[in-house]
Structure formats: C-alpha cells, structure tokens
Design a protein around this ligand. Structure first.
Ligand SMILES: C[S@@+](CC[C@H](N)C(=O)[O-])C[C@H]1O[C@@H](n2cnc3c(N)ncnc32)[C@H](O)[C@@H]1O
Length: 168
C-alpha cells in the first residue's frame, strides 16, 4: 500500500506523472487480476502495462507482446486505442486472450523464436515479460513452456535476446 490508499482505483491516474504511475503498483491489484488458470507462472499488473504503453506509444500505434501470457499487454493496449499483436506458445493461453479482446487484436499461437516468419508488420512498441528461469538448477526450459528438460541459462538468454531483434 502506498500513500494511504488501498488500490489503484483510489486516485486519479490522469494527474500522475510517469514515475508516479509506476510507483502506484499494488500487490493487491496483482493478486486481484491473477488469472484463474495462473498456476505457478507470473503475469504483470494492468497498471504497469497502462503506464508503459501510454507513456511510450500513441493511439493508433502497434504494440507487440511476443510472450503474451494471459494477455495483459494486449488487453490494455486495446483499451488505450492501440493496435495490438501477441505471440503465445501455449494454445490454451492464446485462446483465453482471444476471449478478452476484439477482432482487431491479433494473437498468434506460435513460438516467439520464429518471430521473423510471422509477418507482424511495423511495430511501434514491444512490451513483454519473458518466461523466467534461474541461472542454476533449472532444467525446465522456459522457451518450450517448461515442457522439456533441456533448459540452459546461456542458451535461454541468447534465444530470448534474439526474439527481441527479429522483425518480419
Ligand atoms: C511471464 S509469462 C507472460 C505473462 C504476461 N506478461 C501477462 O501479464 O499475462 C511468459 C509467457 O511466455 C510464453 N512462452 C514461453 N515460451 C514461449 C515461446 N518460445 N514463444 C512464445 N511464447 C512463449 C509462456 O507460455 C508464458 O505464457
């Protein structure tokens, strides 16, 4: 809790500057927004997506999330009048995103390592949180949705970084 208020709905978002917006991230909001099917994986709060997308892009811009998860980036981008496109490896997650967004938002059920083959068009802002792993003792491979046990931290960093540089 920050500044004596209990949630991000208790203050005027429009009056805040960028840093103040980031500071108004609440653990309670994160918990309240947690997807029912969340399991042990992580999402970020809509307030964070709102702060970043509204600060770094303009209405009409195209926002990409190559590790779309439960769709926080895409849902908020759409709410802010941006054109949103996402890539998510797990079909059940991309299906869940499709239920929350309108027809103008595109969700590819695909591997972000193949970003260059997806013809995503010109992207104005990329905002994402990749799947996570620890540097040691983590055989589950984050880039296969933890489905395989060939996790290697160095490979993970290289591959995730390559996703960020691919365009198509
Ligand atoms: C940390 S979560 C993203 C959560 C998202 N920021 C949200 O708020 O919902 C990372 C996501 O990346 C997906 N993922 C893992 N490997 C992937 C890959 N190679 N290509 C695309 N998506 C992948 C996982 O299935 C997971 O849903």
């Amino acid at each position: 809790m920050i500044g004596g208020v209990a949630s991000s709905t208790d203050w005027s978002w429009e009056k805040l500057g960028y840093v103040d917006r980031i500071m108004r991230l609440f653990a309670a909001d994160l918990a309240a927004e947690r997807p029912a099917s969340g399991g042990g994986d992580v999402h970020f709060p809509r307030a964070l997506a709102r702060a970043v997308i509204s600060h770094y892009s303009s209405p009409g811009d195209r926002v990409l999330d190559p590790f779309a998860g439960w769709g926080t980036t895409l849902v908020v981008a759409e709410q802010l009048g941006r054109s949103a496109v996402g890539v998510e490896l797990l079909p059940e997650r991309s299906a869940a995103i499709a239920q929350q967004v309108g027809p103008s938002t595109v969700v590819h059920t695909a591997d972000a390592r193949d970003l260059g083959t997806l013809h995503l068009g010109e992207i104005d802002l990329c905002f994402t949180s990749p799947p996570y792993m620890t540097a040691v003792g983590h055989p589950q491979n984050p880039l296969t949705g933890y489905a395989t046990l060939d996790g290697d931290y160095r490979t993970y960093l290289t591959r995730a970084d390559r996703c960020a540089h691919r365009r198509g």
